[in-house]
Design a protein around this ligand. Structure first.
Ligand code: ZN
Length: 472
């Protein structure tokens, strides 16, 4: 079987670069670095990911909005910490035709400063709350580091939910709901993750606190797929988002956001893929089942008819299927669809027709399964479920094997993956750990774990564990 030139376990980053091109997910030849072209197949997967997000949003009563791409400088500048966090990354629009603009505009790096002045007009009374909105749009950040398809780009396909609440407690309930959304959503993508409360010095600009959703990539680096922010009233004050409560008093709203990006696709490619190509979780595969007719002279028609019949059965139960009737060898077809990560392949030849069965081949482990025609409706969805589960279990093993606890710096040196150390809670101690181990602070485990040891830097009693890793 043909395999990639670069092997995944030999040079993960090169393998990743090769696979996104071979599987025709994006085209990196667009002449602005970090702004890639989504090819139809890649875009189709991303749309399926977006649809899963939309399902979750609809289930939890979030309404979809679409705000303009351009933000006037004056609005952007209202929240001080926020500007500081983003000012080095924004693209500015300074001219309209030949004429300099009276006020500069920027391309949204995220949409707080576009949305919140309008929220302040929409929200009048407690009956307008909670306000739960989201949008799926492109955002722009000027990356100076090396770009990488879906993982580090300058035009980012982005999901952002923004909510307003009557008080801190109600906003906290939203955070809880966000965590439940993440659990359901990432389960469907077979992506196990860890939650980290980001350190004070590296939380989202303007947030009260930030929780990051991080996954483990096979390179030993973590990839942040999403973040959930509690803003308290930090944005409501400068943007004047005020409501009248039941007693007629005027109060500032409390706000939260939840962001995720096309990095999710990067994680799916990197974590599930192998040397034959990408492997898609059935939930987002544009084609979940590809049917390959195995043609022998004189038996063409009965095989083709059988393929159509099987496709009809599968279409009826809502599965996304395709019959590959191209005039090339079955072997070439296997190669193409393995590269593109189609979770299940059905081979149908004269023998299968005779025996009233199909031969199913799993993409995740290449197991061959004979399925009786009259059991297809039940068995095929079951196999797809097993594929999702197997992908999840493998990814979970990768994650678990890469979380390593140490008591002192010496032992933690030259280790890959996520390093957990006892921590007193002081910034300078964490920064010292970063420096000694050449890693970044992910934060403290969101579900706090007791730690009775001492901080290996200052020797004081640890408050918590801190997680550090090399990151993308
Ligand atoms: Zn310390």
């Amino acid at each position: 079987m043909p395999e990639t030139k670069v092997k995944k376990d030999e040079d993960f980053n090169e393998w990743y670069n090769e696979i996104v091109e071979l599987a025709e997910l994006c085209d990196k030849r667009y002449p602005i670095k970090g702004m890639n072209v989504w090819r139809p197949y890649g875009w189709s997967i991303m749309q399926n990911i977006d649809n899963l997000i939309r399902e979750e949003m609809s289930r939890t009563g979030h309404l979809e909005v679409y705000f303009p791409l351009l933000i006037p400088e004056s609005l952007f500048k209202k929240e001080e910490e926020h500007i500081e966090g983003f000012s080095s990354e924004v693209f500015w629009v300074t001219h309209a035709g030949e004429n300099p603009l009276e006020e500069k505009w920027l391309l949204r790096p995220t949409s707080e400063t576009a949305m919140y002045p309008i929220f302040s007009l929409w929200i009048r009374s407690h009956s307008d709350l909670p306000l739960k909105t989201f949008q799926i749009v492109n955002t722009f950040r000027y990356e100076t580091k090396q770009t990488r398809a879906f993982i580090r780009v300058r035009e980012i396909h982005f999901f952002e939910a923004h909510t307003c609440h009557k008080d801190f407690e109600d906003a906290e309930k939203q955070i809880k709901e966000d965590l439940e959304i993440a659990e359901r959503f990432f389960q469907k993508l077979s992506l196990p993750y860890i939650l980290n409360k980001r350190p004070e010095w590296d939380k989202f600009a303007g947030a009260y606190y930030t929780i990051s959703i991080d996954v483990m990539m096979p390179s030993g680096r973590t990839l942040q797929l999403g973040s959930i922010h509690q803003y308290r009233d930090n944005f409501a004050r400068p943007y004047n988002i005020i409501y009248e409560d039941i007693n007629g008093d005027h109060k500032y709203c409390h706000q939260t956001t939840y962001g995720m990006s096309e990095r999710i696709l990067g994680a799916i490619i990197g974590i599930h893929g192998d040397n034959r190509g990408i492997i898609l979780p059935p939930a987002v595969a544009p084609i979940q089942i590809v049917i390959i007719p195995i043609i022998f002279k004189g038996k063409e028609e009965i095989v083709e008819n059988k393929c159509k019949k099987i496709k009809e059965i599968l279409d009826k139960i809502g599965l996304r299927t395709l019959i590959d009737s191209r005039d090339i060898t079955p072997g070439s077809k296997y190669y193409d669809w393995e590269l593109k990560g189609v979770p299940l392949r059905l081979e149908i030849g004269p023998k299968d027709v005779e025996n009233k069965q199909v031969t199913a081949v799993r993409r995740d482990n290449f197991e061959k399964i004979q399925v009786k025609e009259n059991e297809i409706k039940e068995i095929i969805p079951e196999i797809l479920g097993l594929i999702s589960k197997n992908l999840f279990d493998k990814a979970k093993k990768l994650l678990d094997n890469n979380i390593k606890k140490f008591e002192n710096i010496e032992d933690a040196k030259n280790k890959t993956g996520i390093i957990q150390l006892p921590w007193c809670g002081r910034e300078d101690c964490a920064l010292k750990m970063e420096e000694e181990l050449d890693v970044k602070t992910l934060g403290t485990p969101f579900m706090e774990e007791q730690c009775n040891l001492n901080c290996p830097i200052c020797g004081e009693k640890a408050k918590n564990w801190v997680r550090l890793a090399k990151t993308y």
